[in-house]
Design a protein around this ligand. Structure first.
Ligand code: ZN
Length: 65
């Protein structure tokens, strides 16, 4: 089973449109796929989803917005 709901703080700060500033984000594992793991980033203050990321096994990390 996938460890759904697992959360951790990430050092990255991402711009939150609701807070209108760069904020610390919570990283949550959304999906485990054969090509990599998909993470969702939510604002640590208001909980708005600010980014998601596909953690590919080979590629560098990419943040989509
Ligand atoms: Zn926010």
């Amino acid at each position: 089973m996938t460890p759904q709901g697992y959360e951790e703080f990430d050092a990255t700060e991402i711009y939150c449109p609701r807070c209108r500033r760069a904020v610390p984000v919570r990283k949550r594992l959304l999906l485990v796929l054969s090509e990599g793991d998909k993470y969702d980033y939510t604002c640590a203050f208001c909980g708005t989803s600010v980014a998601d990321k596909m953690d590919r096994k080979k590629d560098n990390l990419k943040i989509f917005r």
